[in-house]
Design a protein around this ligand. Structure first.
Ligand SMILES: [Cu+2]
Length: 460
């Protein structure tokens, strides 16, 4: 067994060694990489203490090895290609083949050793956001350690002191490296696996990119006007659903590494925030909500009982964040008759297309019918096909799918929900019963009101 003193001896040695030679690399934990943007099955612990693993949305958990009491991981900072959604690939920087990097899962009290190899063209470091650790392990280049030069490997060692939801990201040329997708999730599970146990435990990061239509690489100097608002570097319809069996207790952990806040809204259920940056929220301090705002740099865990069957929207409530590749310098053309304009501009620019006359939904229809050609590697602004037609959403949007009879380990998309007869909204046709009205047109409430006779086709 390692004593606390041994641990700090090792910690100091680790930092002193700093970089690792090629020969020493051979002794490092093998580099595990992923080329998939699919949600991977949870990684059940085969060594170390037991815990209930999380499921990373469109991501995976990094395997480890046990080495004389330390749980050892190996992260590699490197250029990656991330499929943002089918039809678009982004050239990002990430870890172990993906952006975000793999989730790291440990148990409260674990001694953790993380090797970080830099395969980027510039220096980097990793900050373990939210953790209690020795100052020299905090990963702030220049302040607590020298930056990790390209080709070098650094070692971080600390005890995972507090259970909760954390993130990791570089603290060297941060603006560039985070705009390029360098980040990952970290969960420290409670020592007692029964503590706050849930049936399904999901995790993802809020992130954002600015990738011009027709290009592959993010613009790194963008401050606010990002055009791809992502959950774990994916946009709708590329984001997998959160799947739950009816009456499962579900936890969703979210961290925000964008440059703005995101009011995350869930349909059909109330949830409570059970965890924040600093740990678990005492039960007496929780309140029910349907939207919770997640500020920049914050982590939140929400929990709910998935009691209502269906496909429930789960999204950021800033409507510009549920759009893809959106330009914001477009005038509002609602109600503007553009037919005359079309003829005039058509003489000058044959391919000109008027848009926005009745709203923006026609954009998604055009994109789907391929009437509007898109540049290569560019997603439609609003997309996604549901059982009833266009969903007109992109960006930070997915669904919570609640079903009966799902196996505990079944996280697959169960397909669209089939509404029981008589439980969905419907168009008005003939045969609507006339309401009773008095001679003067008022109803039983006695309130004065203007009564308009229905005219035209009310089902439109
Ligand atoms: Cu948002």
């Amino acid at each position: 067994m390692f004593t606390r003193r041994d641990f700090f001896k090792f910690a100091t040695a680790g930092l002193a060694i700093g970089s690792v030679s090629k020969a020493a690399m051979a002794a490092l934990p093998e580099i595990v990489s992923s080329s998939s943007a699919d949600t991977q099955s949870p990684l059940h612990p085969s060594t170390g203490r037991p815990y209930n693993p999380v499921v990373t949305l469109n991501g995976w958990t990094l395997p480890w090895r046990m080495n004389k009491g330390f749980k050892e991981f190996h992260l590699v900072a490197e250029p990656v290609v991330r499929e943002v959604a089918p039809g678009m690939k982004a050239h990002l920087w990430g870890y172990n083949g993906q952006s975000p990097g793999p989730t790291i899962e440990v148990v409260e009290g674990d001694l953790v050793r993380i090797y970080v190899t830099n395969r980027l063209p510039e220096v980097t470091s990793i900050h373990w956001h939210g953790q209690r650790l020795p100052n020299g392990m905090d990963g702030v280049s220049g302040l607590t350690q020298p930056a990790i030069e390209p080709g070098k490997t650094f070692v971080y060692e600390f005890e995972a002191k507090r259970a909760g939801t954390f993130m990791y990201h570089p603290h060297a040329d941060e603006m560039t490296q985070m705009a390029m997708g360098m980040m990952g999730s970290w969960v420290t599970h409670p020592r007692n696996p029964k503590f706050m146990q849930v049936d399904r435990d999901y995790i993802f990061l809020l992130n954002a990119y600015d990738i011009d239509p027709g290009s592959y690489r993010p613009k790194i100097n963008t401050m606010l006007d990002f055009n791809l608002w992502t959950f774990n570097s994916r946009v709708f319809p590329g984001i997998d659903p959160f799947v739950a069996n009816k009456n499962d207790r579900v936890r969703i952990r979210v961290g925000n590494l964008t440059m703005t806040n995101h009011p995350i809204h869930m349909h059909g259920h109330e949830f409570t925030v059970t965890g924040t940056d600093g740990g678990w929220v005492p039960p007496t301090a929780r309140w029910p909500e349907v939207t919770t705002d997640i500020a920049v740099g914050q982590m939140r865990s929400i929990e709910f009982v998935a009691s209502e069957l269906g496909d429930w929207a789960f999204h950021c409530h800033k409507s510009h964040h549920t759009m893809n590749a959106m330009g914001h310098q477009v005038p509002t053309l609602l109600g503007v008759d553009q037919s005359d304009l079309m003829d005039k501009i058509g003489n000058l620019i044959p391919d000109y297309m008027a848009m926005g006359q009745t709203g923006m939904a026609d954009m998604s229809a055009m994109a789907r019918s391929m009437e509007m050609p898109l540049p290569e590697n560019t997603l439609p602004m609003m997309t996604g096909e549901g059982p009833y037609g266009a969903i007109d959403m992109g960006g930070m949007f997915t669904t919570v799918k609640v079903r009966n009879g799902l196996a505990k380990a079944d996280f697959r998309d169960p397909g669209p929900y089939v509404h029981p007869k008589g439980t969905s909204a419907y168009g008005v046709e003939n045969g609507i019963p006339e309401p009773e009205r008095k001679e003067d047109g008022s109803n039983e409430t006695g309130l004065e009101m203007t009564v308009r006779k229905p005219s035209g086709n009310m089902s439109h």
